[in-house]
Write a protein that binds this ligand. Structure first.
Ligand SMILES: NC(=O)c1ccc[n+]([C@@H]2O[C@H](COP(=O)([O-])OP(=O)(O)OC[C@H]3O[C@@H](n4cnc5c(N)ncnc54)[C@H](OP(=O)(O)O)[C@@H]3O)[C@@H](O)[C@H]2O)c1
Length: 365
């Protein structure tokens, strides 16, 4: 068994650990061989919020006596190589949440033709959407050529869908502009594209680094694109902000500039995690606290599951995701990396913010 592990107190430090283990699995359990996974700034945030939200708990690190190492969860595909579960077939493939490693043992419960939930004891208290595995064999219109895009964009654009839906439901908080911070991130792009196809939306303004400005403009889904060092170009009007950056300096400047015209700030991510001291501070420091709200996609997903039922939820999200996947062919190039050892350098680059926004990293195992 092989795992890429991250030092919990210093995300820049990673190591690859190999250990010979027998493939003994318990009754009802299934051994999965992980085929491939994606890696973006979102995965870095899983590490940043590893303790606060509990992301370190999903996949315990091996050879980790002092508990200083953790596995940052990733999204990808795996194949069943041993099954002790009468409902799960040897050789079938699944899509879901994995450690960045070679294998994972799950204990399928709530098994249907379409999916199952990993019922391992240590995952029970964790958000259910992360414990769900989609069974590929049962998928209608499954297209293997979309696997990489799905691994990359599903977790991000499901959040983009939720944000579009929540903003529309709240009538954009009465704002005349939606300001999206860290506009070059894949989650932000999905959100801007989703808003752009709706009718009667406020102006969509993207804030990004100077280097990424042209890329973001070329996407064509933002009405205005402004770099972080030109915030004075922003219109001083009623605004709702969607923040993917967690950058306190930018947030404070915006709040000072907009004053009471900042109606609401939805805090979604921390792409600029290294510019703030801790996850808690990034989420809590905002000056206008009562107008700041942490947006956690799994909570919104659960709400819409209850409102629309599974079928209604699946129909709406599938339409959204397919549209975004098709658009991604125009802006995202997939870069495949073979093996965990070869991925370490790219991991370090992503953690240090050296990210090419038009690139999607997929690791093949
Ligand atoms: N709350 C939720 O449920 C939820 C769900 C999904 C995603 N998210 C969050 O959404 C955010 C975006 O994730 P993603 O995977 O879409 O990102 P991504 O595509 O990998 O983002 C790349 C962009 O992030 C910025 N960036 C990344 N690291 C940086 C650093 N160290 N310093 C400065 N800028 C950095 C840059 O954008 P700019 O130059 O434009 O700033 C860069 O172009 C993440 O923080 C993620 O956690 C939250």
């Amino acid at each position: 068994m092989k795992q890429l592990q991250t030092h919990k107190k210093d995300l820049n430090k990673a190591r690859v650990i190999s250990k010979q283990i027998d493939n003994d699995i318990g009754p009802g359990e299934v051994l999965l061989r992980i085929e491939k996974f994606s890696f973006t700034a979102n995965n870095v945030t899983y590490g940043v919020a590893g303790d606060t939200i509990g992301y370190w708990k999903f996949f315990p690190a091996i050879e980790n006596l002092d508990n200083s190492w953790g596995c940052i969860p990733v999204w990808g595909f795996a194949e069943v190589i041993i099954s002790n579960n009468e409902n799960i077939e040897h050789g079938e493939r699944v899509f879901g949440y994995f450690p960045p490693g070679s294998t994972l043992i799950v204990k399928p419960t709530n098994v249907s033709k379409q999916n199952f939930i990993d019922g391992k004891e240590h995952r029970k208290e964790l958000p259910r959407v992360y414990n769900n595995y989609v069974r590929i064999n049962a998928e209608r219109n499954y297209d293997i050529s979309m696997d990489n895009i799905r691994a990359l964009l599903f977790p991000l654009h499901i959040t983009a869908f939720c944000l579009c839906d929540a903003l529309e439901e709240r009538n954009y908080e009465g704002a005349s502009q939606v300001i999206i911070i860290s506009a070059s991130s894949k989650t932000a792009i999905g959100l801007a594209q989703g808003l752009a196809e709706k009718k009667d939306t406020p102006k969509i303004v993207g804030l990004t680094s100077k280097n990424n400005t042209q890329f973001v403009k070329n996407l064509g889904c933002y009405d205005y694109v402004i770099s972080y060092d030109s915030l004075k170009d922003l219109g001083n009007e009623l605004s709702v902000m969607v923040d993917m950056s967690g950058n306190q300096l930018i947030l404070s400047s915006l709040q000072k500039f907009l004053g009471n015209k900042m109606l609401k700030c939805l805090t979604v991510g921390m792409t600029h995690w290294d510019k703030s001291s801790t996850a808690e501070e990034a989420l809590a420091q905002a000056e206008l606290q009562e107008r700041t709200e942490f947006f956690f996609a799994p909570t919104h997903i659960q709400k819409r599951y209850n409102d629309w039922g599974k079928k209604g939820y699946n129909e709406k999200t599938t339409i959204f995701m397919n549209a975004r996947a098709k658009q991604s062919l125009n802006w995202m190039t997939i870069k495949e990396i073979s093996g965990l050892d070869n991925f370490v350098q790219t991991y370090e680059e992503i953690v240090s913010g050296n990210i090419n926004p038009n690139e999607g990293i997929v690791v093949l195992l």
